[in-house]
Write a protein that binds this ligand. Structure first.
Ligand code: GLV
Ligand code: GLV
Length: 331
């Protein structure tokens, strides 16, 4: 085998085996945050890599690298990759869209329902042995989900999949997105476009599904939170940094909104301690795409992208989810 690849975290054995049919594979045994210097060294003598969100790949990490041909990201979001830097270095970048859409949309609903109905907090209370001490009829009152207005900020594939689930709960759907969906898609999702201010004001449950960019940094901060209903539930399955976590913790503590369900955090894996202390926040460690079937499909798609970029397999030369097709394949 002529070519070598580096995989920055453990993957499913059958996926690694599919890589090893064609290339030499070096796999890390655990997922950790690496410094730019460590990444630079890991990337120095390989032809392709599979990385994840905690691996930030930019011009400094690539400096002097003449060998690397492809970076396959495990995830649909790719704000960890500096795409212009990769493109100008002639390196192919890929992500894992589509395979995680439905699973991620399911999880948005899981967090919304859990936060609205206080599932995590009630379970902590039960596990602490407090139920047998007695409970009142008006304890554990949550907010309803069915029949309420669902707001969605960011209406890509995942946002649309979230919206489609709303009809079974008799929820009208309003959304905001930079560009409006075609009317036929709006009809199919039963979703109505509104401006951001109206979305914040009217949503009973607001789900964030927009990609991270400098422009979307703190798209939800104290000013936006102040416009939301005091009974509202906020769900972030998008990216850390889209919400100002410190401002959210204040708003949740002061009852400016009812509850939040959060799968992503600013500075994760470190989570703002103020959020960790709140009973009305349901917190999870960035697992929205983590079903057995979907994580396997994401890993396989990343591997297929990698092999295709290196000229192997059924898609040789044409990675299925190529982010910068303007990179001409190097001979
Ligand atoms: C996960 O956050 C992803 O972008 O797939
Ligand atoms: C990307 O963020 C998507 O919604 O598929």
């Amino acid at each position: 085998k002529q070519l070598s690849v580096w995989v920055s975290r453990p993957l499913f054995p059958e996926v690694l085996a599919s890589l090893a049919q064609y290339v030499d594979v070096r796999v890390e045994t655990k997922e950790t945050k690496r410094t730019p210097e460590q990444l630079h060294a890991k990337l120095a003598d390989v032809d392709g890599v599979i990385v994840g969100l905690s691996d930030r790949i930019d011009a400094a990490v690539l400096a002097g690298n003449r060998r690397l041909r492809v970076i396959a990201n495990l995830g649909v979001g790719y704000n960890n990759l500096d795409i212009p830097a990769l493109t100008s270095a002639g390196i192919i970048a890929t992500n894992t869209p589509d395979v995680l859409t439905q699973t991620t949309a399911d999880y948005a609903w899981a967090l919304m329902l859990a936060a609205a109905r206080r599932v995590s907090s009630a379970e902590r209370w039960l596990r602490a042995g407090r139920w047998r001490g007695g409970m009142r009829f008006d304890d554990w009152l949550g907010v309803d989900v069915h029949g309420k207005t669902l707001g969605i900020l960011g209406m890509g594939r995942i946002g649309q999949a979230v919206a489609r689930r709303a009809s079974g709960f008799d929820m009208p759907v309003i959304y905001h997105n930079r560009s409006r969906l075609p009317e036929a898609v709006e009809r199919e999702c039963r979703a109505t476009w509104v401006d951001k201010a109206e979305l914040l004001r009217r949503a009973d449950h607001l789900i964030l599904v927009l990609p991270y960019s400098a422009e979307n940094h703190h798209a939800i901060g104290s000013a936006e939170l102040a416009q939301m209903k005091r009974t509202a539930v906020l769900v972030n399955i998008a990216r850390g940094g889209i919400v100002d976590d410190a401002a959210l913790a204040v708003a949740l503590r002061e009852g400016q909104l009812a509850a939040a369900g959060l799968d992503v955090f600013e500075g994760e894996p470190v989570v703002n301690p103020a959020l960790r202390e709140l009973e009305n926040a349901v917190l999870s460690p960035h697992i929205a795409s983590a079903s057995a079937d979907t994580r396997r499909a994401m890993a396989q798609l990343a591997a297929d992208n990698l092999l295709a970029a290196l000229g192997y397999g059924p898609h040789a030369g044409h990675p299925p989810s190529w982010l910068n097709p303007e990179v001409a394949k190097r001979a």
